[in-house]
Design a protein. Structure first.
Length: 754
């Protein structure tokens, strides 16, 4: 672990390599900026991430609000505004669209908006066709019912489109095997490249061509509904002597006109075999991936003349570019010409394998190699059998209370621990799961292409990443065509497209790569380029263009920003609460195989901590599933502070008192500050220390209620000054919170970069 003090705002990069002589490097970019954490988060959950003909006049979405410690923001008052936004342009807000609503006791609100009615009061676009390509803009202003905290969220992830769907193929080789089934996996995605569930896909054209004859109908299902992973699986029975087929798929959404349905055409050709011998590996159903520690149960079908029987099937299992298992099984003839292939799924096969099955027949005019292959997903959290588990006693903890974490591993090594305030994730909504990131990185060692199959036996081996040399019909393939087949669903912009985009700028390639690597969420690409490059240059222009190239193709749940007097959400027992870190417990512990415990005192924040453990071993890395630790109090106070205030500027602080007790209380809150701050309606505190304190004004508060408090002050001297908020109740309850207010002198700040 390396620590380094950062000086100045902006984008920082960390690059690591083994040495200057090695080409293996890793790089990470991060932003340093001024912000405060929200006291509660606001989520907008749309029924769909598009607006089209079917829902233009009735678009439904839900607003949810939760405090960062998990409790709902009950009965909060909500103000909604609508508009539209395109690219990096500022949103166009329709002033007359503002509506006023109220959250339920569960902190939720169901909203239905008629876009035609909203646009009728606006001078701009009036219908869907005028808005195609733009995004629906929703601004949510939420104020506590009886408290003093107000926050705002902006949402712009719903796109106006004519057709909400796109069809593509996944795990479908463009080759049919005459006399054997042909499995076609049609992937239904939305405009954000996310899979769409319960969409009917129809097969509107299915022609099969035989040698020298007219086309005929290929036996296939008429329609299939997409599953949760967006896949609609068609299984067609290919007759013998078929040489090619034409298949046309189309979505069948009754809410869309015919011109808005998505269309996909597939034209597979027949696998070439001189003796009409074929193999087919049956594709497991979606969601039925292989699991480490269990045995495979994969069916292999054959179609061949019977005068030269198949004696045995050989197989090879490849993972991460290596052969990890191989063997041979005696072929047992059955009525459906199938054979079940069984092998144990080991840890070396994670996260995916290529299964290649083949046999060689002799005794005919020409010996023949017959082969087929398939790509299969393997379920495993870690590679090479590594294990790292993190657990704790699940309950609501109090600030400063000791938390015991139990860590279990199956090898000696190191475990890195970290705890992050869940409020941070509301500022980074497009968070990526580190487990998937590590496994996908390991998968890049795969030497194959696509999800299996080939035009002939040599092509099957080539696409699996192998070369097979034999005196049979197979000759080593010399194809050098680039691999473009989809194995897993990809985002809109592929790494190949990014590389092509960067290389198009020649000597300014690095400027483009920098623009595509970091995607700012709080400012536009243009604004950020002005910050990064102080002087006009070609590099600044290329940076902006490439940044916008990526940003315009990002997937979905994009929250444009949050504004409010947000701050660390805090609260504590009778003890003074003053430690509110955004993250803590950054430490590395040596571990031995088995279980160990780590006991750490919790900070003072009232929040939900996201705690992670990463095991580092000689044979690899293993990321444990994170645990969520909630910290709360039955009686607490929260007064958000701004990031900083200017000297001489009057500031009103508004906060809330939370009574989660079953009984009604009578409370008061006082604020104590030093002589560097002018505190309105205050008196000198006892003891002559120069401190001033406001008076204690008692107010009633019902059980489960939220009360409001407010204070007015003025910064007199620059620096960080302590504010002490003291909550008292006549019933004896107390909460004391200390925070630092930063007062600065108004100056013009300039930054320069070398």
């Amino acid at each position: 672990m390396i620590e380094h003090e950062l000086q100045g705002l902006g984008i920082w990069s960390i690059e690591a390599s083994y040495s200057d002589d090695f080409t293996t490097t890793a790089r990470a970019d991060f932003e340093v900026k001024e912000y405060v954490l929200p006291s509660f988060y606001i989520l907008v959950e749309p029924e769909a991430n598009y607006v089209s003909y079917g829902n233009f006049n009735r678009f439904n979405f839900k607003v949810l609000a939760r405090y960062v410690h998990g409790a709902p923001v009950a009965e909060g008052e909500v103000f909604l505004r609508y508009g539209y936004v395109s690219g990096t342009n500022p949103p166009v807000i329709i002033p007359s669209s503002i509506t006023r609503e109220r959250l339920s006791s569960a902190g939720e609100l169901d909203v239905t908006v008629n876009m035609e009615m909203v646009l009728s009061k606006h001078d701009g676009p009036k219908d869907l066709n005028s808005l195609v390509g733009t995004y629906l803009y929703i601004a949510v202003l939420l104020q506590e019912d009886t408290g003093g905290i107000t926050q705002e969220a902006e949402f712009a992830a719903v796109k106006f489109v004519k057709s909400p769907y796109r069809l593509s193929l996944l795990s479908t080789p463009p080759f049919i095997k005459p006399g054997l089934p042909y499995t076609i996996q049609v992937l239904v995605k939305d405009h954000c490249d996310k899979p769409v569930n319960r969409v009917q896909v129809r097969l509107v054209e299915r022609r099969l061509f035989r040698t020298g004859t007219e086309s005929e109908v290929l036996p296939c299902p008429d329609s299939v509904d997409s599953q949760s992973d967006g896949l609609a699986v068609f299984i067609c029975n290919t007759p013998r002597e078929g040489v090619r087929a034409v298949l046309k798929f189309e979505t069948a959404d009754p809410a869309l006109p015919a011109a808005s349905q998505a269309v996909l055409t597939l034209e597979p050709s027949a696998y070439h075999s001189p003796n009409q011998r074929y193999l087919y590996i049956d594709t497991p159903l979606p969601g039925h991936s292989l699991q480490v520690g269990l045995f495979s149960n994969i069916k292999v079908y054959s179609a061949a003349p019977s005068y030269v029987p198949i004696r045995a099937l050989s197989y090879m299992v490849l993972s991460k570019g290596k052969v990890v298992d191989f063997g041979s099984q005696k072929f047992v003839s059955s009525g459906d010409h199938s054979q079940t292939l069984t092998f144990k799924v080991t840890t070396s096969m994670a996260p995916s394998i290529r299964l290649l099955v083949y046999y060689i027949l002799f005794g005919e005019a020409m010996s023949e190699l017959v082969a087929d292959s398939i790509w299969l997903d393997v379920r495993a959290k870690c590679v090479n059998g590594l294990q790292t588990d993190l657990s704790f006693r699940s309950r609501v903890y109090k600030p400063k209370e000791n938390l015991r974490l139990d860590i279990r591993t199956n090898q000696d090594g190191l475990v890195a621990l970290s705890a992050v305030d869940s409020a941070v994730f509301t500022l980074r909504p497009n968070y990526r799961d580190p487990v998937s990131t590590v496994l996908r990185h390991l998968e890049q060692s795969d030497q194959g292409c696509g999800r299996g199959g080939g035009r002939d036996s040599a092509d099957v081996f080539r696409l699996a990443g192998l070369t097979f040399i034999t005196n049979a019909n197979a000759q080593p393939s010399t194809s050098s065509a680039a691999c473009t087949a989809a194995v897993r669903p990809k985002r809109t912009v592929t790494p190949e497209e990014q590389t092509k985009k960067a290389e198009s700028y020649g000597p300014l390639k690095s400027c483009c790569e920098l623009g595509m690597r970091y995607i700012p969420k709080s400012v536009s690409c243009h604004q950020f380029s002005l910050q990064l490059f102080k002087k006009p240059s070609y590099c600044r222009q290329v940076f902006r263009v490439c940044c916008e190239f990526i940003q315009q193709n990002l997937d979905g749940n994009l929250v444009l920003g949050r504004s409010a007097l947000g701050v660390d959400f805090d609260v504590a027992p009778s003890l003074v609460r003053s430690y509110f870190p955004e993250s803590w417990m950054w430490e590395v512990q040596p571990v031995r195989s088995g279980q160990m415990s780590a006991i750490r005192p919790l900070p003072d924040s009232l929040t939900t901590w996201n705690i992670r453990a990463v095991g580092m071993f000689s044979s690899g890395v293993c990321v444990a599933e994170p645990v969520q630790v909630s910290v709360g109090l039955q009686l607490s106070i929260d007064v958000p502070l701004p990031y900083e205030v200017v000297r001489g500027e009057q500031l009103e602080l508004r906060g809330s008192v939370y009574n989660q007790q079953p009984d009604r209380i009578s409370y008061c809150v006082t604020l104590t500050a030093g002589p560097a701050l002018c505190l309105q309606q205050s008196q000198p505190a006892a003891g002559g220390s120069g401190l001033h304190s406001t008076a204690c004004n008692w107010s009633p508060l019902s059980a489960g209620g939220v009360g409001i408090v407010s204070f007015t002050l003025l910064g007199l001297q620059p620096g960080e000054h302590t504010l002490t908020f003291t909550l008292k109740t006549r019933q004896g309850g107390r909460d004391i919170v200390e925070k630092k207010l930063r007062v600065v002198v108004r100056t013009r700040r300039t930054e320069s970069k070398l």
